[in-house]
Design a protein around this ligand. Sequence first.
Ligand SMILES: Nc1nc2c(c(=O)[nH]1)N[C@H]1C(S)=C(S)[C@@H](COP(=O)(O)O)O[C@H]1N2
Ligand SMILES: [Mo]
Length: 253
Amino acid sequence: MRAEYQEELMDEKDISRKTRMSFLVYFSLLAVIFGGWYLLAHQAQTADNVQPIFRKTFTMNEGLFSRFYSAGRPTKAYAKGDAVKKVRVNGDAGMDDTFDPSTWKLKVARKPGDTLVLTIDDIKALPKTEVVFDFKCVEGWSEVTWWGGVRFSDFLKKYNLAPQSAMSYVGMFTPDEKYYVGVDMPSIMQPQTLLCYEMNGKLLPKNQGAPLRLIIPVKYGIKHIKRIGIMYFSNSKPRDYWAEQGYDYYAGL
Ligand SMILES: Nc1nc2c(c(=O)[nH]1)N[C@H]1C(S)=C(S)[C@@H](COP(=O)(O)O)O[C@H]1N2
Ligand SMILES: [Mo]
């Protein structure tokens, strides 16, 4: 037998030592897996039937990623020519037909008992900003759309709402209060967030939120409230129509 060949052969003692080691590792792994399963299975479950340890992780991820990761980051920019001509209409909560855009006013609750009332001309008097972005709905569709309006941050500056912008959230309702959203302040201050009154270079159609809607590209469609009537500021999460149906509160992209 050649020498190097002999070196590769193990003697009996060596083989049985290796076998014992393998069994030890194998049973230790089994014990760890079983122990982990036992601990999980014996935790009290939360109302939504998710193990608390997973629920904690989900909640942490929701906070970390949806809120802070997307908030200040610009979304991908497109050219106006990329925008679809026939924009999809989706969602009509708070959009009853009897509404008359010509009598509309925006009510901004600066603090309790102190409400600023603005017309659409007050809004249009501010510098106009346009965004073209991929509008995404949680239902699974998306389309590139083109919008025009006033940067939310410009609006806050113009109306001396700096103390309000130090709060954590902005809440908005339709005039009939049937649709409502809550948005975290970093996302609303992102430079692509608009108080929007134009689509494809023309005034917003009524079913798309005339005279004023929110366009907030860092969020899913559910946060882009159409027909804003009331705006307020808060340090606790404002009511949110879709969050109340179980969707992620921040709905960040
Ligand atoms: N007032 C109001 N705003 C709303 C909704 C709604 O039902 N009512 N639906 C939301 C959802 S789920 C989406 S995807 C977008 C759709 O906007 P669009 O109709 O302009 O495409 O509006 C959002 N804003
Ligand atoms: Mo949506």
